[in-house]
Design a binder for this molecule. Structure first.
Ligand code: FES
Length: 117
């Protein structure tokens, strides 16, 4: 079922918004590139709201001392122990197959952000 959660212009690039839909805590995120994503707003480790964490990128290394910042603004970091999740997939960076956060389909309809929950 689809639910409108806010106007599109209420969520700026790089911002997060907490919403509750059908008693489900959800964080809606607009990435730095402008795309909008929605994830369950509960860390699968110990349960704090991921929306209290930060949006950042991640570093990869091709060889010692050579680092590249990737996915800038697309990694959601838990406020308690810094587990990191890709906002596009909900997958953790350290164990993407087994540790994930549920994601929800997002559409923009008539200037409003709509979630499929
Ligand atoms: S509670 Fe989120 S990483 Fe520990």
């Amino acid at each position: 079922m689809k639910y409108t959660v806010c106007r599109e212009d209420e969520l700026k690039h790089g911002e997060m918004k907490e919403v509750t839909v059908n008693k489900k805590p959800i964080v809606v995120i607009r990435s730095s590139s402008g795309d909008v994503y929605a994830l369950r707003n509960v860390c699968p480790h110990k349960g704090p709201a991921l929306s209290k964490g930060s949006l950042d990128g991640t570093c990869t290394a091709t060889e010692p001392g050579e680092y590249t910042l990737e996915k800038a603004g697309e990694i959601l970091k838990c406020p308690w122990h810094s587990w990191e999740f890709d906002i596009k997939t909900g997958c953790s960076l350290f164990d993407p197959e087994n540790v994930k956060v549920m994601t929800y389909n997002v559409t923009i309809e008539s200037g409003h952000i709509t979630l499929e929950v």
